[in-house]
Design a protein around this ligand. Structure first.
Ligand code: 5AD
Ligand code: SF4
Ligand code: FES
Length: 366
């Protein structure tokens, strides 16, 4: 039996095991993918849930070194969707039986922003007869803001830790008082205590990031006991400070496979959570999202942002679906999912089984 096979038989992976599995070669990684596919089929099945993605605004007060829409990038044309545009996208999702939407934007914490989101949440639920589940991805906010949004009808929240190593976090974020690892961690705990379905995630293949860091990221997500995850490869953007370290990067293809391994490993470690096949996977490999679904992901986010704004929400280069209307993107993804041999769960909220058990106080069985 190979070393990979031996590790894959274990009940729990430690850091060393994870590093070895992340370093598997072309042949050995197939064993990992086979195992994660089996786990996926038996714990979450063959269904893929759609989440309509609304990129609400690209205004951001932060300056993450890797991100194309960071405040310091003066080349970006800034936009905010109107309430009507958001409602139209929500109605489209509802009519298409997506059952769920994600509202994402850069980070802003003004009183007017908080109030606007709160009002929008109420309007969305009214317009869709409370049949949509709403995920917010609006960065770090105060406990009272998170509470207000929860009470206004947001069920889920995505806040990526980005990297779980505090030293690496410091390297990737400016030291200007706005980017604090511990505050981010605290925000994650606050979200959980308020009863949100909690999602986090990391970028994969960043400069200065080691396989050990990625192993720690997986253990971090397990320890935080998250309900949802979104992870994808880091993709360089030429108008960001991190671009100068592009020579340190793994080739894109390797970053892609590393990302697939992360998805596969997380599926084995956290069997019943929701894992997204992220858009960044498709930026490297045209079939990236289907491949992610095959090895363990069960959520996909068709883009519902009105077309005229899409090119202004480029967090990274080569982002796909910039020129496709919501309708086209939906059709395209539907075909892709069928090709991957999976089935779309129309009209199902798709709350993670992990969350439902957590709420009901059911102990984990492995
Ligand atoms: N490459 C890949 N992902 C990125 N993000 C931001 N910049 C990049 C990049 N250059 C991701 C971050 C953020 C999410 C909205 O987009 O993880 O949380
Ligand atoms: Fe803002 Fe998010 Fe980009 Fe950081 S990653 S600059 S918080 S939009
Ligand atoms: Fe968006 Fe194909 S997935 S157009």
């Amino acid at each position: 039996m190979s070393q990979t096979e031996k590790i894959l038989r274990k009940e729990q992976f430690d850091r060393d095991d994870l590093v070895k599995l992340l370093n598997t070669d072309q042949q050995e990684r197939l064993l990992l993918f086979k195992k994660s596919e089996e786990v996926k089929q038996s714990f979450v099945g063959n269904k893929v849930y759609f989440r309509g993605l609304i990129e609400f605004s690209n205004r951001c007060t932060k300056n993450c070194m890797y991100c194309g829409v960071r405040a310091g990038n003066t080349k970006v044309i800034r936009y905010d969707l109107t309430d009507d545009e958001v409602l139209e996208a929500a109605r489209f999702a509802h009519q298409q039986r997506f059952a769920s939407i994600v509202i994402q934007s850069g980070e802003k914490s003004t009183a007017s922003f908080t109030a606007r989101i709160e009002t929008l949440l109420k309007k969305i639920h009214e317009a869709t007869r409370h049949e949509l589940h709403v995920t917010l991805s609006l960065g770090e906010q105060s406990e009272s803001t998170y509470r207000r949004w929860r009470e206004a009808g947001a069920q889920r929240y995505l806040l990526r830790i980005e990297v779980s190593n505090p030293e690496l976090y410091k390297k990737l974020h400016p030291d200007n008082g706005k980017h604090d690892y511990n505050r981010r961690l605290e925000a994650l705990h606050t979200l959980k205590s308020l009863g949100y379905q909690l999602g986090t995630g990391v970028m994969i293949g960043l400069p200065f990031q080691s396989p050990g860091d990625l192993a720690d990221d997986l253990l971090f997500m397990q320890a935080l006991d998250i309900d949802m995850a979104g992870m994808g490869p880091y993709i360089e953007h030429h108008d960001t400070p991190l671009y100068r370290y592009r020579d340190l990067l793994l080739p894109r293809k390797d970053r892609f496979y590393l990302s697939l391994k992360m998805v596969a490993l997380l599926r084995i470690m956290m069997k019943n959570i929701n894992i997204a096949a992220t858009t960044a996977m498709q930026s490297i490999d045209p079939q990236g999202r289907e491949k992610a679904i095959k090895v363990g992901a069960n959520v996909i986010m068709p883009n519902l942002t009105p077309l005229k704004y899409r090119e202004n929400y480029l967090l990274y280069q080569d982002k796909p679906c910039i020129d496709e209307e919501a309708e086209q993107c939906r059709g395209c993804l539907e075909a892709r999912i069928h090709m991957a041999g999976a089935e779309i769960a129309w009209g199902e909220w798709g709350d993670s089984d992990h969350y439902q058990k957590r709420q009901a106080g059911v102990p984990e069985t492995d």
